[in-house]
Design a protein around this ligand. Sequence first.
Ligand SMILES: [Zn+2]
Length: 499
Amino acid sequence: MAKKNQHIEKAILMNDTEIEYVLTDNPPRGGMKHTYFTPDRKFAIQFFNKEEDAENPQMHSRLENIVGLYNPTLAEEYGGAMGNTKETAAYFANLFCWPVALIKYPEFGVVCPTYPPNFFFGKHAVKSGVNLDMAGKDKKSRWFTSRAISKCLADDECGNFQTMLRLSISLARAVRRLHTAGLSHSDLSSNNVLIDPKTGTCVVIDIDSLVVPGVFPPEVAGTKGYIAPEVLETMDLPFDDPGRKLPCATTDLFALPVLLYEYLLKRHPLDGPKIYTTTSTEDDEYMQYGPMATFIENPHDTSNRPDDLQVTIHDLGPYLEKMFLQAFVEGMHDPEKRPTAAQWEKALVKTWDLLQPCPNSNCKAKWFVLHDVRNPVCPHCGTRLRADDVIHVRLKKPMRGRKGQWQQTGEINLYDNMPLFKWHFLANVYPDEKMQDRTMQAYISHQGSEWYLVNNALEGMLSPKGNLVPIGQAVWLRNGEMFPTSNQQDALLMEVVKG
Ligand SMILES: [Zn+2]
């Protein structure tokens, strides 16, 4: 509700609709814009700080494209991105705070949805006794990736390894969606990705500096630690110098793994002990994040490696280890070698299937990637699993044109009460934005030293002997058994490997 001495103004959108907003004396001010809110606070009304930005035709053209043609949060039938359905639009509306309309009066401006309430800290955000006021602040990634701040936050605000992996998948998917459309974010950083580790969700904000095809790119300064080395290195060249490297998809592919590394390992991939030059702090930082940037876990050059690395990329399992090496060793100074967002998304999803709950109830991470079943130890706290608690299944799909031959498509670690979904039973089904059916098909039950697969909703489920398993019934998973999981045409084959 509007307080006294605030008054309601009217803005007019490009389509001549009126929208009301509450005019305040000191509106929140960012680098480029200041913000008012609609009386119900569902939308932010943003105007530019500088007249030249508000009147820049490139800015208008960029924003028109962002709100319409390239909008993944709006279905194609309503003027959004090509091929976008209502369902995929709804899915991406949760991952982006995407501008919904442009304002023409009283001046050029943007209407954005406000962030969902779970992206604001509540009253109990910090540990008791800590003198830090976070209540009402938005949950920028940097509060969680900065050691000084994150150690003050209440434990439940910080989530656990599983929720961090979940939001990492969402971020990779969001960037993949931009890149598939030919867009790039250009300023991805810990300031413009909000995360809620409690629920494992994230939202990408500050969309208006997106690089849109055919429109002159925005002059974005970037954020220290997330600017690709080649951009920092050429930043002093004139904007139109052909040698100047501007933000684009391959520079997003530097910032994305920096954020993922920070979420999963709680440290920055370039912040190590190495001193690059003693001439000045500024020069040293320039070398550290620019021409000399050295990954702290570079296996060939250990000059920047901290002494106390307890959990490393190796502990994140084979898929992510390979990706981080490709991004920060081969791709550090060779942008074309960096993994794509789609590759990150795939590797993160495969890693999700290797998750295992830590049996130590005091373990802060609560979950870990069990990548070596012969050495099942939580890297976060050192707790070892009992051999009886380790079981995994290999998923195989029929090879096209080769009857009776199967090809491995995935591997999953099982644990008690683990839910299994359609993509665990059917070939060519992926847990992405197109997959609307998220009904639990079956779950794992661990009793004594035995393991069972319980049918929850899977039509035509088969037992290892080939008998139909009705809903509510279970099959016994014995070591070495290999069987088609259902009588459906695209059914995957499951091979049980114990211990
Ligand atoms: Zn643990």
